[in-house]
Design a protein around this ligand. Sequence first.
Ligand code: ATP
Ligand code: MG
Length: 488
Amino acid sequence: RETRMGLNLNGTKVYTGAGGAILEDVPHLTDWLSGLPTYPNPLKYNPAYSAARQYFVEETDTVAKDVVVNINDVGHGIHFRRAGPRDQIYFKPEEVRACIVTCGGLCPGINTVIREIVCGLWTQYGVREILGIDGGYRGFYSKNTIDLTPKTVNDIHKRGGTVLQTSRGGHDLGKIVDSIQDRDINQVYIIGGDGTQKGANAIYEECKRRGLKVAVAGIPKTIDNDIDVIDKSFGFDTAVEEAQRAINAAHVEAESVQNGLGLVKLMGRYSGYIAMHATLASRDVDCCLIPEVPFYLHGSGGLIEFVRKRLRESGHMVIVVAEGAGQELMAESTVNNNDLKDASGNKLLLDVGLWLCTILKDHFQAEFRETLNLKYIDPKYMIRAIPSNASDNVYCTLLAHGAIHGAMAGYSGFTVGPINNRHCYIPIKRVVAKSRNVNVADRMWARLMSSTNQPNFSRYEEVVQRQRKLNAQKQEEVENEKSTLSSN
Ligand code: ATP
Ligand code: MG
């Protein structure tokens, strides 16, 4: 049975199987180094694993990206390599010197991933040299490393945050790879979001360019669940669960007063998954605003009309807004629009929560002579800081083990994650190519709409045009006033 090899648009390896399926493969150290994975996997001699039949993953085992397919198309479509231990490995366990680094924002579960990489390498493969890089990418060249053993990481999964500390910025590629070379590191485990994974890919490319025997494994972290291809990211479940507490509080506050409005801002810079799932889980939410669905305030079908109607009907309401929602609308109506960026170059968002508070309160007072009893809750840093829940802990364990099996087998420039509930190896290039958004044409958003019965804001474009005109007029008036003042 023949397979054909080629390259896809991202430059990743692609195999077309005899059955017509396409495998998007991950790079392997043998792409630029000699030798083959010929060391026997020590798990063969571990009674816990040898008891499991079919424990090892075959090189021909793949996972289909789409499981809902047209019956006539079965066998075609994109597949990824299944994650898991290989019978033959590329690294002799005693020669492995691994390091772990965490970058970007916090997310529940980072410590569990660190713990399981350390314990997995130690107990399953007998690796004894595992280093923690302190404080994100810049820790490679500006700080000493931390020795990690099962003892030192034993109970870190019970704590939120990252015991290795994290940072933004500081991705100096030359210095990082020099440090990897100087310290004789040959396995690099990188936990972080989209920016971190772009940085991880650059490290993989540079190691390849220098011809180094260094496996680079990315463990994608994003509380927003916006990583393409994989089912969901670690910490997401925990975040949705913790968000319930904020929504409950907002509901209690709103219910206990007249004209009560509880407003909760949740994470989601570009993708509204947390807001959508928290809303669906809660049933107390009357309106969910996400970045993917532009909304407008005034006029028929706008947010203000809906708030008034809901308050009339039930006396109180709860709004959940994702932090990235309404950015355009705010930019339009904020004269002093800023263009600030964080240390990694990410655009800083305008605060939609505070903005909505002011707009809604002022409007109800001015237009309807009504006082809105508005309570605003922003639980972002409380959610990010908690330890992961039970299901995320199990998930983090599988991710960490997937990463170490892949690195030991000699793969590099890969990330790991579940696709249709089976853990897979995915080229880093593939997961950073684009982020994932809530598909509002999908049934999940329709379920939310039927649960909240909120407007679909379909007249958005028309209203935005009008708003733009009004703002331009306002701006002109301000400028005129300024010039009149200065000429006086
Ligand atoms: P999150 O957005 O979930 O907080 P993130 O990984 O996207 O996580 P960033 O602060 O954007 O967080 O990036 C983390 C690290 O990755 C930083 O040290 C940054 O310098 C580096 N980085 C970001 N983008 C790139 C890039 N395009 N190439 C190389 N390194 C990058
Ligand atoms: Mg990011």
